[in-house]
Design a protein around this ligand. Structure first.
Ligand SMILES: C[S@@+](CC[C@H](N)C(=O)[O-])C[C@H]1O[C@@H](n2cnc3c(N)ncnc32)[C@H](O)[C@@H]1O
Length: 224
């Protein structure tokens, strides 16, 4: 399955919010916050409208959201200001090749970013977030499984569990990859694709799509 290169700026300039902007953090990641698994400072990688960052800041976490889209970053910044949240900051960056945060983050969270990246840029991403992580930092990635919409047309670069593990294991110590659900609003299938099938619907009308939650950590530096 391949993802034609998305124009993220164009996506966020539309009048209608994209299907992944559900007005709340993805439930799998919200659960990690509730379970106390997140430590400041947090990197929200590919934050988009940044409901994850905003929820973290509302609970007192310090968080930096990075995204390719300046429009999304402006919207996230405005939402933080409107909600009086001062511990969330946002910046435009290419998450596959960014600097300026070396060793800074104790938690890196990815709410549906990795599976949008072209396959050939995945390792750049894995390296860049590893560089930005502090020794011992936790990494959580919520990513689509293969063919999450149940059709063979264009779509995100979803993973098998082994592919996801192997992709991160080049730099990170992977602790777990387990099945997970991604939620989204209804969307128009890409040209040439059948309507989504094998997709469930939640009680509040959101689409429920199959994915994985990867948990990993950056090894602490060896003591001398
Ligand atoms: C499916 S959206 C998820 C957005 C957000 N994390 C959420 O849960 O609503 C994927 C996000 O990754 C961002 N993205 C894609 N490629 C990127 C890159 N190379 N650098 C930074 N952000 C990127 C997009 O702009 C988009 O906001």
């Amino acid at each position: 399955m391949t993802e034609p290169q998305m124009d993220w700026e164009d996506v966020y300039r539309q009048d209608t919010a994209p299907p992944w902007s559900i007005g709340a953090p993805q439930p799998e990641l919200a659960a990690l916050i509730e379970q106390g698994k997140v430590r400041s400072e947090v990197l929200d990688a590919g934050c988009g409208h940044a409901e994850l960052s905003l929820a973290l800041a509302a609970q007192g976490y310090r968080v930096v959201g990075l995204d390719a889209s300046q429009t999304a970053i402006a919207a996230a910044t405005a939402a933080a200001t409107e909600r009086g949240l001062t511990s969330a900051t946002f910046a435009q960056a290419d998450i596959t090749d960014f600097g300026g945060y070396d060793g800074r983050f104790n938690t890196v969270m990815d709410s549906g970013c990795l599976h949008t990246l072209p396959v050939e840029r995945r390792q750049g991403y894995v390296e860049a977030i590893h560089r930005a992580a502090a020794p011992g930092a936790a990494l959580f990635i919520l990513a689509f499984a293969e063919r999450p919409f149940g059709h063979d047309g264009p779509g995100p670069n979803g993973f098998t569990a082994d592919e996801l593990r192997d992709t991160l294991a080049t730099r990170w110590t992977v602790d777990e990859v387990r099945s997970a659900t991604l939620y989204g609003k209804d969307f128009q299938p890409p040209d040439g694709a059948d309507p989504p099938r094998n997709v469930k619907r939640s009680a509040d009308g959101l689409l429920m799509m199959p994915g994985f939650l990867l948990s990993a950590h950056k090894d602490a530096e060896p003591s001398r």
